[in-house]
Design a protein around this ligand. Structure first.
Ligand code: FUB
Length: 370
């Protein structure tokens, strides 16, 4: 997480003033709003590929799922907490989750109100970051990263009988969990895996020894010539609340089978992983953080290794880039965010657009601008 804009971001940020001229609605903190995503007024002055799904609140990090034929989006709920921007991501000081739902892509988007509040998570300190969700045997599971009272990120789980909550948090984080950005994937054999982790503000570089190093580096830059820090993957036990066995590295290798290096900022994993299966292959998709790309790597097992294949989405407006991928009615979609509504790094809005696999299994490059 950084406040510094790279060169492409400086170009893209030129679009932001359009919002200040009234082309966009300004979100407020009202809950339980319904918005017709097809009717958001764009002013037709922007060149964004797609429009915000909801404008009554700021939302980010959309983890989308199809439950009972309906689309549910589990996003972060961005707020303006008045905390200055820094490389640690302190300005992302979110305090609750709202779940969005829609019957179909392009249809009405409903904000279902507060699903989980930080005050109801016994172990939480601050910063409710990117969540994900899963369903099993009549129960919905909400997985969330939050810093504990010692300022260390762990991943918690909360349950509900409804996909929109309210969710009840377990009293402690998932044992053995750390860092941020859980992404939960259930394979066709019924096994469920959690991918997680994020470097820099997500603290993953402080867990290299297996224990948290409070004085560890704020970035991964101390090991530029070493293999990059891997995204993590853990098998979930049938209870969906604990890890089965050890956390493993979801290693990303190049075309020669060598792990990507830390200095490879255009390709190495940073945060925001997602898993989808296509034609029997496992697609690990992720953000490269400081180079603002969404990349993909493909493997034959949910545990990897994954061979780096390329970029599938160019940088959006805003520093962070975070996504999820779903299939519904035979078509694939990517949910992502940018800062179209606010022009501010920490006040983001979720969007959706189509995602296409080419005949050779590659993913067609998406440009978030027309
Ligand atoms: O929303 C806070 C953090 O920003 C997420 O956890 C990261 O993936 C990035 O989007």
């Amino acid at each position: 997480m950084s406040k510094h804009l790279s060169a492409p971001k400086l170009v893209i940020s030129l679009f932001a003033p359009l919002c200040l001229l009234g082309a966009c609605n300004s979100p407020d903190s009202k809950s339980a709003k319904t918005t017709d995503s097809a009717k958001v007024d764009t002013g037709k002055k922007t060149k964004y590929l797609s429009q915000p799904l909801i404008s009554s609140i700021y939302t980010a990090d959309p983890s989308a799922h199809v439950f009972n034929g309906k689309i549910y989006i589990y996003p972060s709920h961005d707020i303006n907490a008045g905390i200055p921007e820094n490389d640690n991501g302190d300005h992302f000081a979110m305090r609750d989750y709202h779940i969005l739902s829609m019957d179909s892509i392009g249809g009405k988007v409903t904000d279902n109100g507060v699903a989980l509040d930080i005050k109801d998570i016994p172990w939480a300190g601050r910063q409710l970051w990117a969540p994900d969700a899963a369903y099993k045997n009549g129960t919905y599971y909400l997985y969330f990263p939050v810093k504990d009272k010692k300022d260390v990120f762990h991943i918690g789980v909360a349950t509900s009988a409804s996909p929109t909550g309210p969710f009840k948090a377990e009293p402690e984080p998932i044992p053995g969990s750390y860092s941020i950005d859980p992404a939960v994937f259930t394979d066709t054999d019924g096994k469920t895996y959690m991918y997680f982790g994020g470097i820099w503000g997500g603290q993953l570089q402080r867990w290299i020894s297996g224990k948290y190093d409070a004085n560890g580096s704020k970035t991964d830059s101390k090991q530029e010539n070493a293999p990059a820090i891997s995204c993590k993957v853990a098998l979930l036990k049938p209870d969906m609340k604990t890890f089965e066995g050890a956390v493993k590295d979801a290693v990303i290798v190049d075309s020669l089978g060598k792990p990507l290096l830390t200095k490879d900022h255009e390709r190495r994993f940073f945060e925001g992983s997602w898993m989808h299966k296509y034609n029997g292959k496992y697609y690990l998709t992720y953000s490269t953080g400081d180079t603002h790309l969404l990349c993909y790597a493909v493997g034959d097992s949910p545990l990897g290794p994954f061979t780096y294949k390329g970029v599938f989405m160019k940088p959006v407006q805003g520093w962070t880039t975070h996504h999820s991928i779903i299939e519904i009615k035979g078509k694939w979609y990517i949910f992502y965010h940018d800062t179209q509504l606010s022009g501010k790094t920490h006040l983001r809005n979720v969007k959706v657009t189509t995602l296409e696999h080419n005949a050779d299994g590659s993913i067609k490059l998406i440009d978030p601008f027309l």
